[in-house]
Design a binder for this molecule. Structure first.
Ligand code: TPP
Ligand code: MG
Length: 545
């Protein structure tokens, strides 16, 4: 048996059902021989984004894997791996490598050297005998501890070597670690003692699938609950205690409650300082529970901290808190819910004119509002893109079921959303999978709409075309006036049709909902859809200083 076949068999043993890839890499052929579906993209970045979504949507229970060529393929993959690193997504990256005699000789690209800072582990394999160890290490790293990309560079002459007889491979376990019991007692006491606690849930809750525990904690403490963008959909946003999600733009109720909190409890979050996450107000008591001790006291000072899997942390806290409260809320809930409802209705009243605008070009808020009220939200997985679409959708989209919103933004690569929607559709074929993006974003990865057509991945792509990089208007005034530097153009509905998908351009408010309904039907028939909405260059966001 050749090394490349042994690797394909190892992937199979690890439960890999799809290999996202771009040639040339002999692993593609070997995977196909093992009945692992191979999906070939139009550029490496999108393949990595699709693998990324498989891992996210399965809470890391299925690991997305991507393989590419040595040299150009490895060079061109950098963005996709960097995005997964930024957002802490567990994927396995298998670049080919130059033959061993040329592996580390300039100017040949070394993935091992160049990917060091955007992977959790990166290694080169030189010896046939070392292959199973390397694969086992990679899958053990990717399944355990802080989720992040891992990389194994496989020189292509090595792949053709014969493995020794008796080759075996045992899949890597997923191991959880729980919090220090003494810390749990302290934190439980502090949570019960707080007068106005706010719970802030990150994506650790998604990876631990700790949604029921999060809900129980919120209801028992009667604590308003929010999430990071990555954690969005971990808590039902139609729940009376929901404040909506954090992000660059946020709801009025979230802003208000964070500022009036006496304690903020972060669970499964990094509290990283980012432009694309709600900042924790100064001077608050902070409890930080996370898997990775490297995040404790990193950006936000923690008064108390717990290290462990979000599910085990919540389980342990619930035991103590149930005990302290005799399993009964103290009756604060109705007042808290009333305060939230009041602020929410003021906030929505303020935004109503934008959300229901009859104007043309269309208000992007109207498109999002109509989309929200046309799809079956609990059976839809939606993701934003970089640019205004993210800040327009994230506060207003109310997620009701876990992992139905893919939020991101520790780094914000334009064009990420398309691959996410495609990967999500493969991981959850029964869901309607949508990416909402702007016309700058489609410029990066738009050609991979052809992959959706060719590979029969019927997603719904919602394009807000304002013929502009609107989010840059404020900071590129002179360049725009003199050289029209923020202008862009294109007819993307025709583009989608030319690639074999279904495309429609929508310009009138009354046409938004009928077009969405036609689009849903098309996706159900197996055809990917691109709806191109001609929108205004909106620069108003629900932001609070
Ligand atoms: C790869 C990459 N390069 C640059 C940026 C910076 N950037 C963020 S949004 C944006 C323009 C967004 O325009 P568009 O997608 O059309 O959305 P709009 O603001 O017009 O609604 C740019 C250049 C980025 N996020 N990613
Ligand atoms: Mg635009």
């Amino acid at each position: 048996m050749k090394v490349v076949t042994a690797i394909a068999k190892a992937m199979k043993a690890e439960g890999v059902e799809i290999l996202f890839a771009y040639p040339v890499n002999p692993l593609i052929e070997a995977a196909a021989e093992e009945d692992i579906r191979t999906i070939i993209v139009r550029q490496e970045r999108t393949g990595l984004h699709m693998a990324d979504a498989v891992s996210r949507i399965s809470s890391g229970q299925r690991i997305g894997v991507f393989a590419m060529q040595h040299g150009p393929g490895a060079e061109n993959s950098f963005g996709g791996v960097a995005q997964a690193f930024g957002d802490s997504v567990p994927i396995v990256v298998l670049p080919g490598g130059y033959p061993r005699r040329l592996l580390n000789i300039p100017p040949n690209f070394s993935s091992f050297l160049n990917y060091q800072h955007i992977t959790k582990s990166a290694e080169q394999v030189f010896l046939t005998d070392a292959v199973p160890d390397a694969m086992r290490r990679a899958f053990t790293q990717v399944r355990n501890g802080r989720p992040r990309p891992v990389l194994v560079e496989l020189p292509y002459d090595l792949l053709q070597d014969e493995v020794k007889d008796g080759w075996t491979y045992t899949p890597a376990p997923r191991l959880l670690s729980g919090p220090d019991p003494r810390g749990v007692t302290e934190v439980a006491a502090a949570l019960v003692a707080a007068e106005r606690p706010v719970i802030y849930a990150g994506q650790g809750v998604h990876y631990a699938r700790a949604w029921p525990q999060l809900k129980e904690l919120a209801e028992l403490l009667e604590a308003p609950t929010t999430t990071s963008l990555q954690g969005k959909s971990a808590f039902p946003e139609t729940h009376p205690l929901s404040l909506g999600s954090g992000g660059r733009s946020v709801s009025k109720q979230l802003h208000h409650f964070l500022n009036h909190a006496d304690l903020i409890f972060g669970i499964g979050c990094s509290f990283s300082t980012t432009h694309y996450g709600v900042a924790m107000p100064q001077g608050k008591r902070i409890i930080h529970a996370t898997l990775d001790p490297a995040d404790i006291n990193k950006d936000v000072r923690a008064d108390l901290a717990l290290v462990g899997d979000a599910g085990l942390v919540l389980d342990a806290l619930l035991v103590e808190i149930r005990d302290r409260l005799k399993s009964k809320p103290r009756g604060r809930g109705p007042a808290v819910a009333k305060e939230i409802a009041q602020l929410k209705s003021e906030w929505l009243a303020q935004w109503k004119p934008r959300l229901t605008a009859e104007s043309t070009p269309l208000s992007p808020y109207r498109v999002i509002w109509d989309l929200l009220h046309t799809v079956d939200v609990a059976n839809t997985i939606i993701t934003h893109d970089a640019g205004s679409p993210r800040d327009q959708i994230s506060p207003f989209w109310e997620s009701t079921a876990p992992l139905t919103y893919i939020g991101w933004g520790k780094t914000t690569q334009l064009g990420y959303g398309l691959g996410l929607a495609m990967g999500a559709k493969l991981a959850a074929p029964d869901k309607l999978c949508i990416n909402v993006w702007g016309d700058a974003a489609i410029g990066f990865t738009g050609m991979d709409f052809e992959t959706a057509v060719r590979e029969r991945i019927p997603i719904l792509s919602v394009l807000l075309n304002n013929f502009s990089m609107a989010i840059e208007l404020k900071i590129m005034k002179v360049a725009t006036e003199k050289y029209r530097s923020t202008d862009i153009s294109g007819n993307y509905a025709e583009f989608a049709k030319a690639l074999g998908g279904y495309g429609e351009r929508v310009t009138q408010p009354s046409e938004i909902i009928p077009a969405i309904k036609r689009a849903i039907t098309k996706t159900q028939e197996g055809t990917p859809v691109l709806l191109e909405f001609i929108t205004e260059k909106a620069v108003d966001f629900s932001m609070y200083p």
